[in-house]
Design a binder for this molecule. Structure first.
Ligand SMILES: Nc1ncnc2c1ncn2[C@@H]1O[C@H](COP(=O)(O)OP(=O)(O)OP(=O)(O)O)[C@@H](O)[C@H]1O
Ligand SMILES: [Mg+2]
Length: 255
């Protein structure tokens, strides 16, 4: 049975997709069998894994709507070292299409159960909103990984996210827990970073991951080559940081 981790933060541009792709690649490099689920209509995790989001025959939307099985929609044998359940702009229809359907919160959870034995870890890249797609991710997951940037507004919106996690935990998914807070695009030299660091430590305590991901141009360039930075520039600081993160997650969650 695999562990399922949702990367979520309704704030945009905090490093969810980048971390999903690079954590997937780094865990796979440590011999974990990984599935990356792209639940964002932007399709960034799919593209960053070398998939043309405009040419999908089947996507995670078809799976959510019960029109195809997860196994049939999963893309295997990519240049990257993990499998992908891809998503694209079609996902914007999910909210409306699922509105009247039964078990609309649990569609992803039920689908992932059918492939759980094939993977050690499933990572879910969420869209930047607390919508039905994110609710599906949180219902399917047992852990939540929250990437954030250490900036003035970093904590804004986090209480809404934690409230949503708590609601889903109490109503439908008692196993759900926050597995880590990940500081991305990190620059420890600024006094603002140190200030936000202190707030995060006070608020999250142990959940604040020790590994931080530095701002690194190779990390930003890698997606245009359809590769994780660990493959595109394996000796870069960004690549090293994601490898360290994978080890910390393995220790912390016994992955
Ligand atoms: N460590 C890093 N160093 C440099 N650039 C980075 C780093 N992490 C992410 N970026 C860049 O920051 C931007 C936002 O990152 P990303 O797309 O991963 O965020 P996101 O939270 O998934 O965004 P969205 O909310 O739109 O889905 C991207 O252009 C990405 O290339
Ligand atoms: Mg994203």
């Amino acid at each position: 049975m695999s562990q399922i981790i949702a990367l979520t933060n309704q704030k945009g541009g905090v490093g969810k997709s980048t971390s999903a792709v690079n954590l997937a690649a780094s865990l796979a490099a440590l011999d974990r069998r990984i599935l990356l689920v792209d639940l964002d209509p932007q399709g960034h995790a799919s593209m960053g894994s070398g998939i043309d989001k405009y040419a999908l025959e089947k996507s995670v939307l078809d799976v959510l709507l019960g029109e195809t099985s997860a196994s049939d929609a999963i893309v295997r044998g990519l240049p990257v070292n993990y499998d992908v359940l891809p998503g694209n702009g079609d996902l914007t229809a999910a909210e409306v299409e699922l509105l009247d359907s039964d078990q609309r919160q649990s569609r992803l959870s039920l689908a992932l159960q059918t492939v759980a034995d094939d993977y050690d870890v499933v990572l879910i890249d969420c869209p930047p909103s607390l919508n039905m797609l994110t609710v599906n991710a949180l219902t399917a997951a047992n852990g939540v990984l929250i990437p954030l940037q250490c900036e003035f507004y970093a904590l804004e919106g986090l209480s809404a996210l934690l409230d949503t996690v708590e609601q889903i935990k109490q109503s439908i998914n008692p196993d759900l827990a926050v597995s880590g807070i990940l500081r991305t695009m990190y620059d420890k030299r600024t006094s603002l970073t140190r200030e936000v660091d202190k707030q995060l430590r006070d608020f999250f305590g142990d959940a604040l991951l020790k590994t931080t991901i530095p701002r690194n141009v190779k990390v930003a360039e890698a997606p245009s080559h359809g590769l994780p930075v660990t493959q595109y520039a394996r000796f870069s600081r960004g690549s090293q940081a994601y490898r360290v993160l994978a080890k910390e997650m393995i220790r912390r969650l016994s992955l």
